[in-house]
Design a protein around this ligand. Structure first.
Ligand SMILES: [Fe+2]
Length: 141
């Protein structure tokens, strides 16, 4: 949808839509990799460590969780910066008065993405990760 809006209105809103597309494309790529790492590595490790099962030898369960948690928190920070940039570029996702339905739908969808990402970050940074670390005797906050 963003590509469609850029192709139709990019000439009129060049200073908004082009940096928005660049920022969104980078955020999208980062989030796909982020979610894949959480699903494939971190979440299974947290569950296995909590039940003391399925942790391969070597590093302790805590060591296997702490590093990935720190990486995920850094990636959350990066996503937050991208979302703030997108909010600033779009003046709080306020479409131009004469914007077409596709343009309005784009801004609505991006605002929804922002809300969902803030919830994602809150649930992980403030609930899941601290609980996962406390299981192993670490009080992270
Ligand atoms: Fe995350």
């Amino acid at each position: 949808m963003l590509a469609m809006v850029v192709s139709r209105h990019g000439d009129r809103f060049l200073t908004i839509l082009l940096p928005l597309q660049i920022t969104f494309d980078r955020l999208h790529a980062e989030l796909m990799a982020h979610m894949a790492k959480e699903d494939a590595v971190l979440f299974p490790t947290i569950v296995a460590a909590a039940f003391h099962t399925g942790i391969p030898g070597g590093a302790s369960a805590l060591e296997r969780i702490l590093g990935p948690v720190q990486v995920m928190e850094a990636e959350h920070e990066s996503a937050g910066t991208a979302l703030a940039t997108m909010r600033q570029l779009t003046r709080g996702y306020a479409p131009p008065e004469d914007a077409c339905a596709t343009f309005r739908g784009l801004y609505h969808g991006l605002a929804e993405l922002e809300r969902e990402m803030h919830l994602h970050v809150y649930l992980e940074n403030h609930i899941l990760f601290p609980r996962a670390l406390r299981v192993h005797g670490v009080d992270p906050r």
